[in-house]
Design a protein around this ligand. Structure first.
Ligand SMILES: NC(=O)c1ccc[n+]([C@@H]2O[C@H](COP(=O)([O-])OP(=O)(O)OC[C@H]3O[C@@H](n4cnc5c(N)ncnc54)[C@H](O)[C@@H]3O)[C@@H](O)[C@H]2O)c1
Length: 253
């Protein structure tokens, strides 16, 4: 199938790498115009350039409110509205409750959660006046399980899920035709996780392709879920937490 996002303008944050990059490639292949944003200018520009006229890149620090104001101004000036926002940019930092510092807690909440608040608020303001849209917030399975070693990361992703539900209800009650859903991947093979493998080990040995009991999937597996939530095929799907975890969350003993 192609053209599932034909005529739509999408913004994807953190699109220079990993899940965001694969979402951008898939969205363009499905007919969308895509604005890629990221802190990493070199990589972001290279991805956008490889996607041709349907894509452009803007530098953005998603934790900075001014960067969202600048993005909103760009979108208004562009005049093409906003149909889809994928709040994807994020960082993973390790610490359990005894080791976590307040500084790192604040840093993670700023980058992973403040960003989604700021982006979602911008999107609702723009979309409500232009007939609606779809907001897809990338959370994590960490929001739903108890990941001992990632206490602040888990909390930041829990905030993303709860915010998404509240926004879904708000938009429905106001008849904005804006849907807001969160996506909850388990392990995904991206630069975020690749550093965690022992040197000399082939990361592909850890994927579900190698063994269905493995926890690592590919960025495309997440991007396919994001595409569905972004497209009108999911028009009746609102306020859900879509797990992309091969059933990890429902595994028994
Ligand atoms: N990889 C996984 O196993 C996994 C699992 C669950 C959820 N996630 C989530 O998926 C999202 C994408 O992660 P990924 O695995 O593709 O990682 P990644 O590191 O490959 O990509 C993250 C991108 O976000 C950008 N970024 C980081 N901080 C930023 C900021 N302040 N402003 C703008 N851009 C910034 C980075 O430059 C990078 O391009 C994240 O929100 C992550 O928490 C990932």
């Amino acid at each position: 199938m192609s053209g599932r996002l034909q005529g739509k303008l999408a913004v994807i944050t953190g699109a220079a790498s990993g899940i965001g990059e694969v979402c951008a490639r898939l969205f363009v292949a499905e007919g969308a115009q895509v604005v890629l944003t990221d802190l990493n200018v070199e990589a972001g520009e290279a991805v956008a350039a490889s996607l041709g006229a349907q894509a452009c890149f803007l530098r953005q620090d998603v934790s900075d409110p001014q960067s969202w104001d600048a993005l909103a101004a760009y979108l208004v000036e562009r005049g093409s509205g906003l149909d889809v926002l994928v709040n994807n940019a994020g960082v993973l930092l390790k610490a359990n409750i005894e080791d976590e510092s307040l500084d790192q807690w604040h840093k993670l909440l700023r980058i992973n959660a403040d960003s989604v608040f700021l982006g979602t608020r911008m999107a609702v303001r723009l979309m409500k006046d232009s007939g609606g849209g779809s907001i897809v917030n990338i959370s994590s399975l960490a929001a739903l399980l108890g990941l001992e070693d990632y206490v602040a990361y888990s909390a930041s992703k829990g905030a993303v899920a709860a915010l998404s539900r509240a926004v879904a209800v708000h938009c429905r009650k106001h008849k904005y035709r804006i849907r807001c859903n969160s996506v909850h991947p388990d392990g995904v093979m991206t630069p975020m996780t690749l550093g965690g493998y022992p040197k000399g080990m082939d990361p592909s040995a850890f994927t579900i392709d190698a063994d269905p009991m493995n926890r690592m999937c590919l960025p495309g597996d997440v991007a396919n879920a994001v595409l569905y939530l972004a497209s009108d095929e999911s028009r009746a799907i609102n306020g859900i937490e879509m797990r992309v975890d091969s059933g990890q969350a429902v595994m028994g003993i």
